[in-house]
Structures are given as C-alpha cells and as structure tokens.
Design a protein around this ligand. Structure first.
Ligand code: IMP
Ligand code: MG
Length: 190
C-alpha cells in the first residue's frame, strides 16, 4: 500500500469513524458463537455458507472457533450498489459450488439490515433439500426491519440503525480490512 493510501485510511479512521466494537470485543463474541455452534452441531453434517463479500472476515474467524468437521462454501449476492441504501433487489452473482441436500447449513452474513438479502437467499436455498438451514450474522440492525421478519439463530451484536464499516463491512468497497467495527459519521466522505 502506498503512503498516500495509508494516510487516507488513517485520516478516515481518525476523523470519520467512531469505534463500536474493538477487535478484542469481536474476538470474544465470535469465540462464544463458535462454541455454541460446535455444541448445537455436534452430530450434524455442517456446511457453512458465507455470503460474499462482507462475511469473509467473520467467517474466517468463526469457523476456526467451531471445533467440528465442517465444509465451507460461498455465495455472492448484490443487494447494495455503491451507496448505503438497499435497492430492494437481490441478484445472485455467484452460487454455492456444492449440493446441500441432506446437509445442515449455516448461512453466514456480515449484517442484517432490511433482511431482504437473507430472506431471498433463504427462499433459494430452501428449495435445495437441506436438512436444516440457520443463520449466523455478526451484526443485526433490528430497527429498520420493516420488510422482512427473520430469525437470526446466531447473532454477534445488535446495533443501532447506523452505517458501520470494518471487519468485512465496507462503504463503497473500502475499509473491509479494518480489524474493528466503527460507525461512519459521514458516508459521503468515505
Ligand atoms: P439487507 O438486505 O438490507 O439486510 O442488507 C444486507 C446487506 O447490506 C449486508 O450484507 C451488507 O452488505 C449491506 N449493509 C447493510 N448495512 C450495512 C452497514 O451498516 N455497513 C455496511 N454494509 C451494510
Ligand atoms: Mg453483504
């Protein structure tokens, strides 16, 4: 990374971000979720499906806290374009590579906002003969969920209706690599 990009990132972090959860707090919570999942899935055939791109950091940490044999897969969907507003439309950009018939699936998401993305994804996965499908989401914004009711089986943190970045979450494609989660004060200068 060039000095200019490092400077840009530092400046953004210092001026436009308020830490919501530190790397340490996230680590502790992810370990708790992993332990719970390992307990619940002890005799199951677990497949963890990450929703790209936002879930990649959470998934990488979570699976290492699940002390069980498991498989991973990925799907990519687009629900947000470059801004901070939901378009309402969900497009499958990349499908999972393995069948899930007879498997116990956990879909891993970074954040549930309106719930539209996961709701649609569950409709699609629901027709593929899995034994069970559950949801793990690092963050849940319960407040703006006007459209869809979803049961989040494993939730990291419930957060206020603010736009956040870091630990996989982006604004306009950036800041996924921040090790903590921060509230963006002004998304327009991201
Ligand atoms: P939903 O369909 O409204 O639930 O939107 C879920 C998707 O929107 C997430 O997977 C994220 O990609 C994105 N998203 C929603 N809220 C935020 C946020 O605060 N920061 C970054 N991305 C977000
Ligand atoms: Mg996402």
């Amino acid at each position: 990374m060039s000095a200019t990009l490092v400077q840009k990132m530092t400046e953004f972090t210092n001026t436009n971000l308020e830490t919501l959860y530190s790397a340490e707090q996230i680590k502790t919570r992810v370990a708790e979720l992993g332990k719970q999942i390992a307990f619940d899935y002890a005799d199951k055939d677990l497949v963890v499906i990450g929703v790209l791109k936002g879930s990649c950091v959470f998934l990488a940490d979570l699976i290492r806290q699940i002390d069980l044999p498991l498989a991973i897969d990925f799907m990519a969907v687009s629900s947000y374009k470059d801004g901070t507003k939901s378009t309402g439309d969900v497009e499958i950009l990349k499908d999972a590579s393995q069948p899930i018939r007879g498997k116990d699936v956990i879909v891993v998401e970074d954040i549930v906002d309106t719930g539209l993305t996961l709701f649609r994804l569950l409709e699609i996965l629901g027709s593929r003969g899995a034994s069970s499908i559950k949801i793990a989401a690092l963050l849940d914004k319960p407040e703006p969920r006007i459209k869809k009711e979803l049961k989040i089986d494993y939730c990291g943190f419930q957060i206020p209706n603010k736009f956040v970045v870091g630990y996989g979450l982006d604004v306009a494609g950036r800041y996924r690599n921040l090790p903590f989660i921060g509230v963006v004060k002004n998304p327009h200068i991201a």
